[in-house]
Design a protein around this ligand. Structure first.
Ligand code: DCP
Ligand code: MG
Length: 379
């Protein structure tokens, strides 16, 4: 386990509230946002439960004999090139002596609750992003940047001492940069991005770190000679809008380290969705069904990690000529089950899609989120 590191020099106090477009300056100053992500979470819990596993290559996921994939790999296993979502059969070929375990979601949820309870005590505003990841808004709790860093150290130490888990933390003036910072020095890192250095911090990183830049967009950007976030920030707004529409302008904002999204509690989160733009338009029902199934599975996983069920299912369909349609339906029983989500999405697709008309983008979403037990609506 690593000791926390501070890669950037601390200033004696928070920056003055000068012209700042990295977030709304509540009470006239920068926001202080912390992002925490647990390290190799499922594998770390398994190692806590069985200390013999410490330091060994541990894989949690599906069976190597079937079509299972790796949910997570311990850091020892990652040295063999193994990563999440890789077919388990391939992972085991890369590291034949790896210890393969089936996931035990109930156990992971218990640890997650313990961590979230610690976080909840540390800030008034907590946004749980997934089972092992959360944002805290510390703006109201701390007055200057140095205190914020001490608070981050305290959170990291409490998570280690009281839940037994290693975490990585990023502290910055907005969510985007805090999240990128927490990933910067994994495992066990604590990375602080001073207000004013957001853009220079993200500049050398590949464009994929920017939220909303998926593989297809990254490929198109690469064709324009844009590889890093800094390249993207330097590209003219006009060129990006011409190629990507409104999304182009939004990407450029983020590439400059600007993100105004507030930290919002789980109760305010209204939907979970996933969408894919295809590298080539699809016109075959079989292909669309396969993509719909992948998206439905992914939405189900997100709902499960956030421990919520969806009462409505929606699809988004964009044709090759950019005409875009969304359709949604209510479910009799709210769910986070991939097959149920897929069945609902397929009904919507069959009602909506004009057979044979080329599809450029497909999305699946779950809305009207509620807690799984008791079906209490959250909003
Ligand atoms: N997970 C999963 N399938 C994925 C990605 C993740 O089931 N494709 C699960 C297993 C992870 C947990 O979610 O342990 C948290 O996801 P992270 O992406 O944070 O991955 P880890 O915590 O395992 O590793 P890292 O140290 O990179 O955060
Ligand atoms: Mg993690």
């Amino acid at each position: 386990m690593h000791t926390p590191r501070l890669p950037l020099p601390l200033e004696s106090s928070g920056r003055p509230p000068e012209e700042n477009d990295s977030g709304p300056a509540r009470s006239g100053r920068h926001r202080t946002i912390l992002h925490l992500d647990l390290d190799a979470f499922y594998a770390a819990v398994e190692t806590l439960e069985n200390p013999d596993l410490a330091g060994k290559p541990v894989l949690v996921g599906g069976r190597p004999q079937g079509r299972g994939v790796v949910a997570t790999a311990s850091y020892a296993a990652r040295e063999y090139g193994i990563h999440s979502a890789m077919p388990m059969a391939r992972a085991v070929r890369l590291c034949p002596h790896a210890i393969v375990l089936s996931p035990r979601f109930d156990v992971y949820r218990q640890y997650s609750r313990r961590v979230m309870a610690i976080l909840q005590e540390s800030a008034s505003l907590l946004e749980k992003v997934s089972i092992d990841e959360a944002f805290l808004d510390l703006t109201e709790e701390v007055n200057d940047w140095q205190t914020a860093v001490l608070a981050a150290h305290r959170v990291q130490k409490r998570v280690r001492d009281e839940a037994g888990l290693s975490s990585s933390i990023g502290v910055a003036s907005n969510k985007l940069v805090a999240k990128i910072a927490s990933d910067h020095d994994k495992p066990g890192g604590l990375t602080v991005v001073q207000p004013g250095s957001e853009a220079s911090f993200v500049a050398p990183l590949p464009v994929r770190v920017i939220w909303g830049v998926g593989p297809v967009t990254a490929e198109k950007l690469a064709q324009m000679g844009v590889e890093t976030v800094g390249d993207l920030a330097r590209t003219s707004q006009r060129a990006l809008e011409a190629r990507f529409g409104d999304h182009g302008a939004a990407m450029r904002q983020r590439a400059r380290g600007i993100d105004r999204r507030p930290v919002s509690t789980d109760h305010e989160r209204k939907s979970v969705s996933r969408e894919t733009t295809f590298s080539q338009d699809l016109r075959d029902l079989g292909d669309l069904k396969r993509r719909l199934w992948q998206l439905s599975r992914s939405v189900a996983q997100r709902l499960q990690r956030a421990e919520v069920v969806a009462g409505t299912i929606a699809i988004k369909l964009r044709y090759g000529d950019f005409e875009t349609l969304t359709r949604q339906m209510s479910l009799d029983v709210a769910t986070h089950d991939d097959v149920r989500i897929y069945r609902a999405a397929l009904v919507l697709l069959e009602q909506t899609w004009e057979r044979g008309r080329p599809v450029r983008l497909l999305g699946v979403g779950g809305g009207h989120l509620a807690q799984p037990t008791g079906q209490l609506p959250l909003f």
